[in-house]
Design a protein around this ligand. Structure first.
Ligand SMILES: [Zn+2]
Length: 967
């Protein structure tokens, strides 16, 4: 331990207490590199950590070094860092203690983040790992610079103003105003509540903030931008409360006040105020509001007659009531924007019961809204119990209509009328060919995007040949692949069988992990140092052992608490994997093998070479070994090899064949080694001058992190060493010998393969909606992790499954699965998906001839998501049912738009309406189905576990993660 630091047990105890602390709003927490922290845990013997290596002595973790969390040479955190995989969060006190004991790596600042409250409906505390970047500009005569600056979401508007005054050098005595500029670029909203937080005001990542300085003549620069632009402030202006600016048409510049401009306000063209992180809700609401079939129903009095307050699955009518209130407001034509406060409260009251409900996903809110409205407006007052029948090989038509009838016995509402239809799922057992067919209602289609899910991993390839330098390469592998896929990608480049490769994660000069072939690539993070070693034989070869080898500086005897003499040794250089014969490998053979393996950077001493004598303690260490192996020269290995005789004299061993030689010999080395060695020695001594041996390093066994264990010295008496596949070797160097013979720079040197220069360019930059539909309906095999229980085989099987559309609803919601989440990776696919504004033809996808009558669809609304994970903003495009024109909804701002601008990379949820459907009375006679897999997954009556997972109605698209912060 460091001077002044308590003993390890105390350290462990002190820090342990902090690890169970829960987050409190406003606190500061510290990010620390997980690798450092894990090393520290090992060092102090944390019991949670692999128990077999917890001990009293270990490798010192060194000063706290979190540089790997940052983009190289910047103070910006790398993207997509994951808690507990990349970093650990430590409470302030814990961090300060660790720094006082271990210090901080030079040039590093602590990574401090604030605890903020998150969540729309259910607040939970969270450390704000990623700050929010705002784009700041100054609305003054001479400057148009935009400065990007990071803020915490809990910083106040006052802080923002202060920072902007500083950045744009605006004197304190000048009066300023702050504006939030919408994406439409034509609408501004004043930020006037100084004590509101950035989160309260619904500011989001990438938001443009404009500061405006009052001119000498007492006017404001923005006042003159457009003469008529100020009209909004007139009627019912509410200056002292949260003055919300808004715009009702594309030509306006801004308004400053709660505008009720009777000339400009039109039904449906009504913005929704951001209530702090509610843009996802607003965008979903604008889409729904522009579904005329639903809105017309809500504006009539029909909904009230159907309101069902008793439905135990419903929301006591509150969702329907608050939604109705909102829709009436939006379509009153009285307002340019409204505050969806009651609706938010109503949703908040019921949302928590929906497990898996991701609170900040626009698509999920839409699904939640539809489900809530359905149950609140369900015409069925008492749901009968329905028994699910197996399809049993009956015709689709019969099974489908039975399914739909059963469904309708429990579910009958305007939502079912408009949004629901039937999806056919076919599952087939690969072994007994048992086919299971089910028909499930859906209220949206979650379409996968046909993107090759690949990633690139940088590796260092270490060839077996001692002469060849390692080479850094970039390998392209399937994202969901295994270590074997990585080896296959490597094999393509180097002509070595994947069986003769070992993939490792090297950290601090040792093997942090040696991977198994079947392990997932999600275990490899972008910043890991992955080394792939070539080995001469497949690892399963029984005659050969592959031993991990560490290099150690051996020095200074120190005393540990038990009064034992121990050596303080530090690791250096890259570790190696060495192939050795399982049987009959003597100390000397091992020594020679290593010399040969290291020949690129280790010089073999000449007879004339001499290196300084070590200090007494070190000499003691070396002493016994020197005497024991007095007559064994460095040439022994060369004699056994082919023609290596002369090589010792030039100072380097260059026998490339050595390893293979040993491998070949393996089978026939049965004779006692001492005899063989002495025979070899005898023959050598005639051709080579053998000096009194001075080995330049010593060999010991060690553990996986390079510590000495009891009885680690290897016997150098010519007898076979007892090596197992658990053995780790340490090559111990004394300083003087290392200085003479070990070229550390050469040892760590590697070449850069040209693949390092390539950038991964996705092969497809544009995708057609049709491709997504085809992929959705393509037959696929279920994964090992996700099998199907075959009722005939009575076993879980990797069955094939296929979806087909049996019928379509009047309003079809298509969700593009842009967000990919799993436990280890997340990603947003930013590719452009082209979709038709008019005439989406789905007839070819309908397998039921009778319901394929007129399935041409026209787009009515789209939600957009801008930005990546961990930040972002939602808006919506929608076509007004009254004037059939397109508008852009960005929270409280509404601007005119056109169909041309709707198809963008941001499009996330598409709402299509069947052509002429408003003139048709909804009829569902041609449709049919069984159980409804509800959003809450509670009313599923499916008998096959498979359905609940795969039917895209409900939580199918939900993620395990609620990390997406949106506005
Ligand atoms: Zn089967």
């Amino acid at each position: 331990a460091e001077g002044g630091a308590p003993d390890l047990a105390t350290q462990k105890k002190l820090i342990e207490e902090y690890l169970s602390l829960s987050l409190k709003k406003g606190e500061s927490w510290y990010l620390v590199d997980i690798k450092w922290f894990k090393q520290w845990k090992k060092y102090v013997g944390f019991n949670q950590w692999d128990s077999h290596i917890s001990g009293d002595q270990s490798v010192h973790p060194g000063p706290i070094d979190s540089s790997s969390l940052f983009k190289q040479g910047t103070t910006t955190l790398r993207e997509h860092l994951v808690d507990d995989l990349d970093y650990v969060l430590l409470a302030e006190e814990a961090y300060k203690k660790l720094v006082s004991w271990y210090g901080q790596a030079p040039g590093q600042e602590p990574v401090i983040r604030k605890v903020i409250e998150q969540g729309m409906f259910v607040k939970h505390c969270k450390v704000e790992v990623y700050l929010m970047e705002l784009k700041l500009t100054c609305e003054s005569s001479d400057t148009t610079t935009t400065i990007t600056h990071s803020f915490s979401r809990v910083d106040t508007i006052a802080t923002l103003e202060q920072e902007m005054r500083r950045l744009f050098s605006i004197p304190e005595d000048k009066e300023v105003r702050l504006w939030n500029r919408y994406m439409s670029n034509t609408t501004f909203e004043q930020l006037s509540k100084k004590d509101a937080t950035l989160q309260d005001d619904g500011l989001y990542q990438g938001q443009v903030i404009v500061i405006e300085v009052k001119k000498e003549d007492g006017t404001w620069p923005r006042q003159n931008v457009k003469g008529t632009g100020y009209s909004g402030a007139s009627a019912s202006t509410n200056q002292d409360s949260n003055s919300q600016g808004t715009s009702t048409s594309g030509s306006s510049n801004y308004y400053n006040g709660y505008g009720r401009n009777s000339t400009n306000n039109k039904p449906g063209r009504c913005g929704l105020t951001n209530l702090g992180n509610t843009c996802f809700m607003n965008s979903a609401l604008q889409c729904m509001s522009n579904v005329c079939l639903l809105t017309d129903y809500m504006l009539s009095n029909q909904w009230e007659k159907e309101l069902n307050k008793e439905n135990p699955l419903g929301m006591r009518g509150e969702i329907a009531v608050s939604y109705n209130e909102l829709i009436r407001d939006i379509w009153s034509g009285q307002r340019s924007y409204t505050v969806p406060k009651n609706f938010k409260i109503a949703v908040g009251r019921f949302a928590p019961q929906f497990s898996g409900y991701q609170q900040q996903d626009s698509q999920e809110l839409m699904a939640f809204l539809l489900d809530g409205l359905h149950e609140d407006l369900n015409r069925i007052r008492k749901k009968p119990y329905i028994e699910v029948k197996d399809s049993g090989g009956r015709p689709d038509k019969i099974v489908a209509s039975e399914a739909w009838e059963n469904y309708k016995k429990r579910n009958d509402s305007i939502i079912i009328d408009i949004f629901h239809a039937l999806l056919k799922s076919t599952v087939q057992c690969p072994d007994c060919r048992k086919i299971s067919v089910t028909f499930d209602p859906f209220c949206y289609l979650s379409l996968p995007l046909p993107i090759k899910k690949e990633r690139q991993i940088e590796v260092i390839w270490v060839p077996m040949s001692a002469e060849k330098k390692p080479m850094q390469r970039k390998l392209t592998v399937p994202k969901a692949g295994s270590i074997r896929d990585l080896c296959l990608a490597m094999a393509d480049q180097v002509d070595v069988s994947p069986d003769k490769m070992v993939v490792t994660d090297v950290y601090n000069h040792r093997f942090h992990k040696i991977f198994k072939m079947e392990e997932g690539l999600n275990n490899i993070h972008d910043r890991d140092d992955i080394f792939i070693y070539e080995i001469p034989v497949s690892e399963i070869d029984r005659n050969i052992l592959i031993l991990p080898v560490y290099f150690r500086n051996r020095k200074y005897k120190v005393q540990n608490s038990n009064q034992n003499l121990v050596f303080n040794q530090s690791l250096f250089s890259h570790p190696l994997l060495l192939a050795v014969p399982r049987q009959s490998c003597t100390y000397n053979k091992l020594y020679q093998l290593l010399l040969q393996r290291m020949s690129r950077y280790v010089k073999v001493p000449n007879d004339s070479d001499d290196w300084p004598v070590e200090s007494s303690s070190d000499a003691d260490e070396e002493g016994p070994l020197s005497t024991k192996c007095s007559s064994v020269g460095a040439s022994n290995g060369n004699c056994e090899g082919d023609g290596g005789g002369g090589e010792a004299s030039n100072g380097h061993i260059a026998s490339v064949q050595q390893m293979d030689t040993v491998t070949c010999q393996e089978g026939n080395i049965n004779a006692p080694n001492s005899i063989k060695d002495s025979a070899a020695l005898a023959s050598c001594s005639t051709s080579l001058p053998v000096s009194r041996s001075k080995r330049i390093f010593t060999l010991r066994t060690t553990d996986n992190i390079g510590r000495d264990e009891a009885d680690t010295d290897l016997l150098d008496d010519g007898s076979p060493l007892r090596l197992t596949n658990q053995t780790y070797l340490a090559v111990d160097w004394l300083k003087a010998a290392k200085d003479c013979f070990f070229d550390e720079k050469a040892a760590e040197d590697f070449e850069e393969h040209e693949s390092m220069k390539t950038h991964h360019v996705p092969t497809r930059t544009v995708i057609q909606l049709d491709d997504c539909l085809k992929l959705f309906m393509k037959e696929e095999q279920l994964s090992v992790m996700d099998p199907w229980y075959c009722p005939d085989c009575k076993q879980h099987k990797q069955a094939t499954k296929k979806f087909d559309l049996w019928s379509l609803p009047d309003v079809l919601i298509i969700h593009l699965k842009r967000f990919l989440y799993n436990k280890f990776s997340r990603d947003k696919i930013d590719v452009l998906v082209e979709f038709p504004i008019q005439g989406l033809d789905l007839r070819k996808y309908i397998i039921n001839e009778e319901s394929a009558t007129c399935d041409l669809y026209d787009l009515v609304a789209v939600t957009n998501h801008y930005g990546g994970l961990g930040g972002g903003h939602y808006t919506a495009y929608a076509m007004n049912k009254d004037d059939s024109k397109w508008y852009y909804f960005d929270d409280s701002s509404v601007t005119s738009s056109s169909p041309d601008s709707v198809v963008t990379k941001a499009a996330y949820v598409l709402v299509y309406q069947r052509r002429n459907s408003q003139h048709r009375k909804p009829t569902l006679s041609g449709k049919s189905s069984i159980s409804r897999t509800s959003l809450s997954n509670t009313s599923s009556s499916s008998s096959l576990g498979y359905q609940e997972r795969s039917v895209p109605n409900g939580v199918g698209a939900a993620s395990e993660d609620d990390d997406m912060e949106t506005n």
